[in-house]
Design a protein around this ligand. Structure first.
Ligand code: NDP
Length: 278
């Protein structure tokens, strides 16, 4: 039986095991995919262990996406550009790191049917997931502004990615103007996620443009950010489609096969319902 895993800390509520096992079953691959909690100080030892135990591959989530980079033998171009890895394949004892958050976000956004070229877009947050979002959007030619609690972190992110964008802080009056002129506003902060503060990253009173689209990378219950956008009449999308699309890309890398996206979406929705009832 082929073995796969997702490593992170915390990891208990990851939907990746149910999503990937459903995808493997659908194509007739007998595989086990486990969620493994790995504290930062045990990352190197754990990755070496997965290789020795014959795992075919694993996903990497918070907080290891950047710190795993120097532990791998090879990196795909997207992972190198992002400076972050969320998918590792092990072949002939060697580890290859890739980043499927970038194509996963692009694919999720494609379902909205927006023409991103020249589109004014605000990205809220400048953490690990913002790296993938900013790379995907800048690659598509969007006009970007990053709104972040700490403008310095936003500056560092842009420098690391070699991308140009305006920057302002959440409380800045300019943020209200920028958000009000954006056709697409994306929350990449954890605000609204289970266990995080249930609040919007935008100060109350900041309104989105008429007809704007609001996207949140958080999935599960509707976040205060998306609830406010919906109340303003905006189209909204949560993070579930990105989760499915990045998982589908990992599956393609590991198996060379096309996964059944509907099966993966259903498995995630089922996993969410079960998490809510336990
Ligand atoms: P990080 O911890 O790397 O980044 C968090 C960002 O949010 C930072 O820019 C931080 O600002 C900002 N932030 C945190 N708390 C607050 C606050 N109280 N007020 C304002 N800003 C705040 O997280 P990630 O980028 O890795 O993940 C963010 C979210 O995206 C998580 O909920 C995660 O589950 C979700 N996600 C979803 C994916 C999907 O497939 N749908 C994929 C990846 C992530 P500062 O820089 O000032 O510290």
């Amino acid at each position: 039986m082929d073995r796969f895993a997702v490593i992170g800390d915390p990891i208990t509520h990851s939907l990746s095991p149910v999503m990937q096992e459903a995808a493997f079953r659908r194509v007739g691959i007998h595989a086990r995919y486990e969620a493994q909690r790995v504290p930062a100080e045990r990352l190197a030892e754990h990755v070496a262990g997965l290789r020795e135990m014959g795992y075919r591959g694993f996903n990497v989530t918070v907080p290891h996406k950047v710190s795993i980079v120097p532990l791998l033998d090879n990196l795909a171009a997207t992972a190198m550009r992002a400076g972050a890895v969320n998918t590792v394949s092990i072949r002939d004892g060697k580890s290859f790191g890739d980043n499927t958050d970038v194509p996963g976000f692009t694919a999720a956004l494609r379902t909205l049917g927006l023409d991103l070229h020249g589109l004014p877009v605000t990205v809220i947050g400048a953490g690990g997931s913002a790296r993938a979002v900013v790379l995907a959007l800048s690659g598509a030619g969007a006009r970007l502004t990053i709104v972040n609690r700490s403008p310095e972190n936003a500056r560092q992110l842009l420098q690391a990615l070699d991308v140009r964008a305006d920057i302002c802080s959440n409380g800045d009056l300019r943020a209200a103007v920028v958000v009000g002129r954006s056709a697409l506003v994306i929350n990449t902060t954890p605000l609204g996620m289970a266990g995080a503060p249930q609040e919007s990253p935008l100060p109350s009173g900041v309104t989105l443009a008429a007809g704007a689209v609001a996207v949140d990378l958080v999935y599960g219950d509707e976040t205060p950010f998306l609830a406010s956008a919906r109340a303003q009449g905006c189209r909204t999308m949560d993070g579930l489609e990105m989760l499915v699309q990045q998982g589908a890309e990992s599956f393609r890398i590991w198996t060379g096969l096309e996964p059944d996206l509907a099966v993966m979406r259903d498995a995630c929705r089922r996993g969410l319902r079960e998490a809510l009832t336990c």
